[in-house]
Design a protein around this ligand. Structure first.
Ligand SMILES: *Cc1c(COP(=O)(O)O)cnc(C)c1O
Length: 231
């Protein structure tokens, strides 16, 4: 078995363990392979292994991979900060945008999109200044404001945990996200079903799943770093 296959098998085992721990079904969790730092060859190998959700964080990287992987049946996820002038480059090409946190981006999507775009609203739970995202206090108002843009469909919330070894802190961030998601979901807003939670990366996806993640965004643990020459 190749290195990539081993990595994927290990991740799936960890996901299964985390789901079992909290009584969830593994089918509730979608693995998004973050291919932002690897080549389209590596990305194509990932797709060959049956992982068809790929995440990119730059418009150029997304477009380049798409052009070189036209035969592959991929769901593309845009996971990074997006500048409004780049919205037009990605809007027709993605299944999910994970990083909506500014109204001017919503306006640009409204202007450019032919079909509604599945969006996660990015939340900055930990309050770190370096992180983008809407604060928990502003979240409800932000989502209410999105109602007037019919090209935006708020499928859920996304966050990045603080970069720390403190597992309890990470868990508390994810658990707060779940509470926020549940509160929004209960409102039954037509433009914001808000059923999903995009959280968990290479170092913390097991915790995220225990706390309710439905999309995990896994880069290095899955695809490796190109410089390692992993195959
Ligand atoms: C790079 C990135 C990831 C993946 O990070 P890894 O630690 O390599 O798993 C996930 N989400 C976002 C928003 C990223 O930018």
């Amino acid at each position: 078995m190749g290195n990539l296959q081993k990595r994927i098998q290990e991740i799936k085992e960890n996901i299964s363990v985390a789901c079992t721990k909290v009584g969830r079904d593994q089918s509730e969790v979608t693995i998004v392979a973050v291919t932002k730092s690897v080549s389209e060859q590596r990305a194509a190998e990932v797709v060959n292994e049956g992982i068809v959700d790929l995440g990119e964080n730059r418009a150029e990287g997304l477009v380049q991979k798409q052009q070189n992987m036209q035969d592959a049946d991929v769901s593309w996820h845009y996971i990074g900060n997006i500048q409004s002038r780049k919205v037009r480059d990605i809007v027709g090409n993605i299944s999910y945008l994970h990083s909506l946190s500014r109204i001017n981006i919503a306006k640009e999507i409204q202007k450019r999109a032919a079909e509604p775009i599945n969006c996660f609203v990015q939340v900055n739970v930990s309050g770190e200044e370096s992180k983008s995202g809407v604060t928990p206090q502003d979240l409800e108002r932000f989502i209410n404001d999105l109602a007037e843009y019919d090209k935006i469909r708020v499928v859920g919330l996304m966050t990045m945990a603080p970069n720390t070894e403190d597992e309890a802190l990470i868990r508390s961030v994810f658990s707060q996200m779940r509470v926020l998601r549940d509160q929004l979901m209960e409102k039954n807003m037509q433009h914001a079903p808000c059923t999903e939670l995009s959280m968990g990366m290479s170092n913390d996806y097991s915790i995220a799943i225990e706390e309710g993640a439905t999309f995990v965004r896994i880069g290095t643990a899955l695809v490796g770093a190109e410089s390692e020459g992993v195959r």
